[in-house]
Design a protein around this ligand. Structure first.
Ligand code: GLN
Length: 192
């Protein structure tokens, strides 16, 4: 059984837990306390409001334990606000949250008209058919370091990437019924 945590401070927590529960051999766990991180095989940082989740990470004393988890090489996946939490740099902001991934991100990057949209894309490394990508006031990756592997571009913007055991997606696979991104993360965990 793989124990996969979902950071449960704010945002789209239950959707991730429910989707994980549909995968074989996966035990989803809602994470609110540092001690729950012990023994995890992977951790998802969900979408929501990154400023709020960032504050709560400090209040719940989860920053250091998550950095420790990353040091151990435990796979992390940030979706939307989760991507922002993992970024080393946030455009227009002087500090970061966890700063684990060598990317610069711009929040709410698609502007007001396109603030939320759905698109279907063929994704390298995922099986057919095209997959639904749901964007909600999504960030984009504007710059990245040499250890980062860019993965998915939408409207010429980088919206998914990996760096060693870290995966980030600017969109919300948990708001669909398609399991392929969650399975991809589980496969990262299995390879670990
Ligand atoms: N706009 C949000 C932020 O900047 C992220 C949106 C989301 O997670 N759906 O934190």
């Amino acid at each position: 059984m793989l124990h996969v945590g979902v950071l449960a401070l704010q945002g789209g927590v239950s959707e991730h837990l429910e989707l994980l529960a549909t995968l074989p051999q996966v035990q989803p766990i809602a994470i609110k306390k540092p001690k729950q991180l012990r023994g995890l095989d992977g951790l998802i940082l969900p979408g929501g409001e990154s400023t709020t989740i960032g504050k709560l990470l400090h209040e719940f004393e989860l920053v250091e334990p998550i950095l420790e988890l990353a040091k151990l090489g435990i796979p992390l996946w940030g979706t939307c606000a989760g991507l922002i939490l993992l970024a080393k740099q946030i455009v227009g902001e002087s500090s970061n949250h966890l700063g684990l991934m060598d990317i610069t991100v711009q929040r709410n990057a698609y502007g007001s008209q396109l603030a939320s949209f759905i698109t279907y894309e063929n994704i390298v490394a995922l099986s057919d058919p095209p997959i639904q990508l749901v964007f909600i006031r999504a960030p984009i990756i504007t710059e990245y370091g040499s250890k980062v592997k860019p993965w998915i571009y939408v409207k010429d913007k980088l919206v998914a990437a990996t760096q060693a055991n870290i995966l980030v997606t600017a969109f919300h696979p948990e708001l669909t019924t398609d399991q392929r991104f969650h399975q991809y993360f589980i496969d990262m965990i299995k390879r670990n």
